[in-house]
Design a protein around this ligand. Structure first.
Ligand code: FEO
Length: 395
């Protein structure tokens, strides 16, 4: 039988492990996914979030290892996306008297759209709910990363139930940060931010500020809705968000991302990397045939220089490059102050690289150099010109 994991006195993790999940909305989840739900035993038995509906049996089994699910008095839905709220109808069926709390007005509206009218209680920032010796406080965090997101703070246990914020797509048999490899979970937290939260950097920064405003001794744990629970590295994940993820700081680093048909665009890509290294700027070369776009976005997060290359294929850029640009445009905040460069090879018209340039311009990149295009196979002089171009770009 699956068991709940006690994380504090009368507080349990009752979530589910999706070990074999390898994709989430186009994002590669090479380490799987967890759907975290938390159960608090107080005068009012309270469940915080549920699980994806396909994992409802795992959720119920873990709850049942602690208490009969029909005894649930309160369900808090911090977020309506179905990986967290998907088992709400089942909880409602098993515990029809349970009061459901979600953010107002968007949470109520979105829950109703997903599950019908189950009698939702809308709450706003500053609202509280007494469940016995604990009083839970709600803070709305809209657009981190849906309009209905909120977090729930339990001052008695010093726990922040942060939903998607501070999460990682990471399935593990151990629930806490200090029981897992810190480098791996920090990497997964960064990849998660880069691929899920990045477009809403301003709102995420406000959410982190709200967490900080609780005070330095207010947090023993951050319990996100995905991945491990932060207890030994609370300060590390907060600082990673503040100083890296939501800071908007782009560093003197370069990403050279491309696809190539007959290695001509690749030759230019390698010359550009040489140019960055000669200028003392770390650079990473990523072939879109070999690197998933969600892993490219992880590298992209704090790179000041982003060079994107495609040859011309049927008067267009390669579909792999178009896919990356579409994904990147959706995730990259417009006010990033990044420097871009389009490049590529062509046979009879430089339409592939030129179209990349248009897309970079539309995405808000500064483009101090015009698109670098080479006909057929770039010669040594053109590769030297590509290296020289980098010297001007970083000048
Ligand atoms: Fe993990 Fe926005 O759902």
């Amino acid at each position: 039988m699956l068991s709940a994991v006690q994380i504090k006195s009368d507080v349990y993790w009752v979530g589910a492990l999706d070990w074999n999940a390898r994709e989430f909305h186009g994002y590669t989840t090479e380490a799987g996914i967890t759907y975290n739900a938390y159960l608090i035993l107080d005068e009012k038995v309270t469940l915080i979030d549920t699980a994806k509906v396909t994992f409802k049996d795992e959720l119920i089994e873990r709850i049942s290892s602690v208490i009969d699910p029909s005894k649930i008095d309160v369900l808090i839905a911090n977020h309506v996306e179905m990986d967290h709220s998907g088992s709400t109808p089942l909880i409602h069926e098993l515990a029809p008297g349970a009061q459901i709390y979600c953010s107002a007005p968007q949470g109520v509206k979105n829950m109703t759209a997903h599950y019908g009218d189950l009698g939702y209680n809308g709450v706003k920032t500053g609202d509280t709910l007494c469940i016995g010796k604990r009083t839970l406080a709600f803070v709305q965090t809209p657009m981190v990363h849906w309009p209905d997101n909120m977090v729930t703070y339990d001052a008695y246990d010093k726990i922040l139930f942060s939903n998607d914020a501070f999460g990682q797509h990471f399935a593990s048999s151990a629930r806490f940060d200090d029981e897992n490899d810190l480098c791996e979970i920090m990497h997964q937290a960064r990849k998660y931010y880069a691929n899920i939260v990045q477009p809403y950097r301003t709102q995420a920064a406000a959410a982190v500020k709200a967490v900080r405003s609780l005070g330095p001794d207010a947090l023993d744990m951050i319990c996100p809705a995905h991945g491990v629970i932060w207890r030994s590295h609370v300060e590390d994940i907060l600082r990673a968000y503040e100083e890296d993820f939501v800071s908007g700081v782009v560093r003197e680093r370069a990403l050279v991302v491309y696809d190539s048909m007959w290695h001509s665009t690749e030759k230019i890509a390698r010359a550009l990397v040489d140019g960055f290294l000669a200028a003392g700027i770390p650079a990473q070369l990523m072939d879109l045939k070999e690197n998933h776009i969600s892993n490219v976005m992880d590298v992209f997060l704090d790179c000041k220089y982003v060079c994107v290359g495609s040859p011309t294929l049927n008067s267009q850029m390669l579909p792999t490059v178009a896919s990356f640009l579409t994904y990147m445009k959706g995730l990259s905040p417009k006010n990033d102050n990044r420097v871009g460069l389009a490049f590529g090879s062509y046979g009879w018209a430089p339409l592939g690289p030129n179209n990349v340039g248009k897309e970079l311009e539309a995405a808000g990149f500064q483009l101090p150099e015009k698109t670098f295009a080479a006909n057929w196979i770039p010669g040594d002089d053109q590769l030297t010109a590509a290296r020289d171009l980098v010297a001007r770009l970083v000048g």
